[in-house]
Each structure stands twice: as structure tokens, then as C-alpha cells.
Design a binder for this molecule. Sequence first.
Ligand code: PGA
Length: 254
Amino acid sequence: MSRTSIVAGNWKMHGSRAENASLIEAIAAQFPSTPQAECVVCPPFVYLQEVARLVRDAEIPVALGAQDVCAEGQGAYTGEVSAAMLKDVGCGYVIVGHSERRMGYGEDDPLVARKFAAAQAKGLIPILCVGEQLSEREAGRTHEVVSRQLDAALELCGVEAFARAVVAYEPCWAIGTGHNATPEQAEEVHRFIRGRIGARNAKIAAEARILYGGSVKAGNAGELFTQPDVDGGLIGGASLKADEFLAILAAARR
Ligand code: PGA
């Protein structure tokens, strides 16, 4: 099964207009003429439109993603941003259920599933983040936690929705810590996720892109990305450095 990998940069709450411009300029200066993977950047909401313009002007094939979306369509939801708005400013992707939102902003599985649905309803590809905390891994509950997170979206939207979605396995203990999962640990959970989707639809599971996230760097991307069920990465810290990000992109396989 050949799946085109994705390397997505999650900029989190970093950047400024000037920093974004220099980052995109540096990425464009060395962007491969035949990239092995789809490349996505996810800046903060306020910079989406400008980063879209920077990427367009630089003429590089980099897609735009947001870091979150409102589960509601439109209306009196002060401070929220809808899927239609994200589409309107040029997004193709949106991260939903990142662990920083689950843990810091009380987002639970039903809410994340509704965000997943809201994104798809407007033609965005959700990047659904799943992953266990360290205590859950140590208690042998990784599969149980990941299943629960995955099943919420599978049950609300149906397995067919996963033909137009990306899953990101991000063990919480690996995010921003410098301690990435080993390639074997990542592969084991990726295979489990693919199997869980496959129990409902084998073809959709075989085609689904499952990204690994958590302390991916230029130095470990290659060994992670050669695992059979790892189809690229969701990159935090290293996506803010052009050299690192491009090296990670180069490590992705088709
Ligand atoms: P990190 O973050 O690469 O800085 O560990 C990954 C993420 O949170 O998506």
C-alpha cells in the first residue's frame, strides 16, 4: 500500500509577522523541487491569512492548517473560529484534539469528535490527535485510551469519514519533552490504530495516513518514518527551524 506521507508543522503559540515571514522565506529558499511528502504548516489563527499569502508568493507547495476549530457552525460563540472561516482563508487542514487542548482547555472526546465533524462538513481535513499520558502507558492502558479517543470520532462520523481524515498519534509524554517514542513503540500503536479502523473498513484503514508526533527532530525522523505504519509526522518545536523542518520533510517516505 503506498500512502503519501505528510509532514505537518504545529507552530503552537509562537511567531510574529516578522518571524513568520523569515521562517517561510528560509523554508522556501531550500524547499525540495520534488518533495517526498505533503507539507503542511499550522500557524496561530491570526496569522493564517498572511502565511497563506507568504506561501503563495514563495510558490512552494505547502498547505495551510489551523490548530483548532469551533465545533459549532456559526453564531454567538465569542472568541471562537468556525470551520467555514478557516476554509475561507485558505486552510486545507485543521488539528483537532491536540493534547494541549485536551489537558489545558478541558476538551473531551465528544467535543473533539464534534470538531472533527465540523471540520469535515466544510471540506477541511481534520488531523485527529490521540495519545496516552505517561501514567496511562505505565498502567498498560495505552490501547484503551487511544481506542476511546478514536472511537468517539468513528462513532459520531462513521468510518467513511476517515477516508478524508488524518490521525496523529502523539504520546503526551513525548510532546515537547525531547523524549520521543522509540520507532518500535510508535509502530506498535500505529499498527493498533490502523487495525481499529480496519475492523470497520479494511480499505479505508490501508489508505489512512497516521502521523507520529512528539519530539520529532531531524536526528530521529528517519528511523520513525521508516516504520511501516508511520506515514509522516506532526512536528512542534522543530517546525520553527527551517533547517530542521526541511530535514524532517526529506526523511519522509512516499
Ligand atoms: P513537539 O510537539 O514536536 O514539540 O514535541 C509535537 C506536537 O505537540 O504536535
